[in-house]
Write a new protein. Structure first.
Length: 142
């Protein structure tokens, strides 16, 4: 019997945290009968732009485009045995993605790395810090 896990990550495989916390485990887990399907929020094109200074409109378009894809992935979570969320579902403030995940897949777990209490905004994206939720992690448990 295979356990199918949909793994939501903020970044694609080139992103260090997602690579070390999720992507590198695909093969070892497959050997144990666990199929891990990563579902990064940012695709590789958007990730390539993400940490470059400027380009605010293009980055906003990326987030809008990828939010639409996230909605579809959240609906598809019901087809899996479990959902794993590494750090966050959505890069901006708001708990709507978690509410949708809870509706689609009641079996989910969070992988919280040890730095969740630190601000998650790069120098290149300081202009949008007000759109991010500093307390989103704490909202999960309240």
């Amino acid at each position: 019997m295979t356990l199918r896990v949909l793994a939501f990550t903020p970044l694609p495989e080139p992103g260090a945290a997602s690579r070390y916390r999720v992507f590198q485990w695909r093969e070892p887990l497959r050997d144990l009968g666990i199929e891990l399907e990563p579902a990064p929020f940012f695709d590789e094109r958007a990730f390539a732009r993400l940490y470059r200074p400027g380009g605010v409109l293009r980055k906003a378009w990326d987030v809008a485009r990828l939010t639409r894809a996230l909605r579809a992935r959240l609906r598809s979570a019901a087809r899996y045995d479990l959902a794993l969320v590494h750090r966050e579902l959505w890069p901006l403030a708001g708990q709507w993605p978690l509410a949708r995940l809870r509706h689609a897949q009641p079996r989910w777990v969070f992988d919280l790395d040890d730095a969740v209490f630190l601000p998650n905004v790069s120098d290149a994206n300081r202009r949008i810090v007000a759109l991010k939720s500093e307390k989103a992690i704490y909202d999960l448990f309240g």
